[in-house]
Design a protein around this ligand. Structure first.
Ligand code: COA
Length: 250
């Protein structure tokens, strides 16, 4: 079989026409033989194909790292959040909400009060926390009636993962879980600028007239609330007209 014809860049060898550099037309004209050389040198060189055994060993070496990059959903029952994850959530909170970790609380090493039986929902990449939320459970005395309150709190996404839907999915999943539980009331207390985020992801109505007082101090938080049982629905007006008193800010 005849060999394939050699590719010629310029058939007119020996001519000295002045040509323009195609890569950068602003450069001065060069003679066509020099242009040939420049062009030839800029052609991609062919690299030898790696042997299939090399590819297999490469895959073996990078697979653990690829696995660690997968973001997965995990849940932990009260008291079971692994120390490596707890430390990250705690550090995030200490930096983002320092007011909850000052004065008497300077050595606070808990995320929320353990007596609230926090149930943790997270997205993690290996041992790295991507996003975290916990559902806390509180017996709430209010206007002569005690309600079982469940609230998503400590919601956070580490900055490099924001805007990818992680926290939104956690809020949605927590709210569905609360709706299916025996709680009388689902409550979200949040910074007012986060209210649209929670309204969108929880599907719970906002309660513009409701106010929250934590440890005797008004929190100024925005409130979203779902009244889940006939008992809570019956006392709907109470939640609008008198402040909800909590021991800790949620
Ligand atoms: C608020 C926070 C948890 C959102 O986490 P996230 O993983 O980036 O949120 P998501 O990607 O799931 O956002 C879901 C949707 O809400 C929107 N959203 C996110 N934060 C918002 C906000 N503050 N206000 C309005 N909308 C917001 C997103 O744009 C997204 O909308 P889209 O689906 O149309 O794109 C994150 O910004 C964070 O950790 N902030 C610092 C801690 C904090 O304020 N936590 C809340 C305590 S009240």
């Amino acid at each position: 079989m005849a060999p394939p014809p050699r590719r010629t860049l310029h058939a007119r060898a020996g001519t000295t026409d002045r040509v323009r550099n195609h890569h950068n037309p602003r450069l001065p004209l060069v003679d066509s033989r020099r242009a040939d050389r420049i062009h030839r040198n800029s052609l991609p060189t062919t690299t030898p194909r790696p042997h299939h055994r090399d590819i297999r060993s490469l895959v073996r070496r990078i697979r653990p790292r690829l696995g660690a990059m997968d973001v997965r959903y995990v849940e932990y029952a009260p008291g079971e959040l692994p120390a490596v994850l707890k430390a990250q959530v705690l550090s995030f909170l200490r930096i983002v909400w320092p007011e909850g970790f000052t004065g008497e609380l300077r050595y606070r090493d808990w995320i929320t009060n353990p007596s609230y039986e926090p149930h943790h929902l997270l997205y993690v990449a290996g041992d790295l926390v991507v996003s975290h939320l916990e559902i806390v459970h509180v017996d709430l005395p209010h206007q002569g009636t005690t309600y079982k309150l469940a609230a998503p709190t400590s919601v956070l996404t580490f900055p490099s993962f924001r805007g990818e839907g992680w926290a939104g999915r956690l809020v949605e999943s927590a709210c569905r879980r609360i709706e299916a539980s025996n709680a009388d009331l689902g409550l979200i207390c949040c910074d007012p600028h986060n209210q649209p985020f929670y309204a969108k992801t929880s599907g719970w109505p906002t309660a513009p007239e409701a106010t929250v007082v934590a440890d005797g101090f008004p929190t100024g938080q925005a409130v979203l609330m779902r009244l889940l049982t006939p008992k809570a629905q019956h006392h709907q007006a109470d939640f609008r007209h008198s402040p909800i008193h909590l021991k800790d800010e949620l």
